[in-house]
Design a protein. Sequence first.
Length: 81
Amino acid sequence: MRLALDRPELINHIELARLRLVYQDTARYAQMCREQLSRWRGECVSPEQHALLDQLEQLVEQWIADTRAILDAANALLANA
């Protein structure tokens, strides 16, 4: 995507549309993971489990941020196509 932002001719409209669909699904899955983490935090967990949930939450938040960045780039390229 970084290359495509600098050189939009590297990716065509159909590939961008497909990429957007895939990452929209990915965003939904990431959001479901965030919701599940919230449910797990509501349960009685040990300190070790709490630390593991913290690590998992960091991964999920990074996943969400990366997914959003890709969607934003795809949308920008589609808007200019």
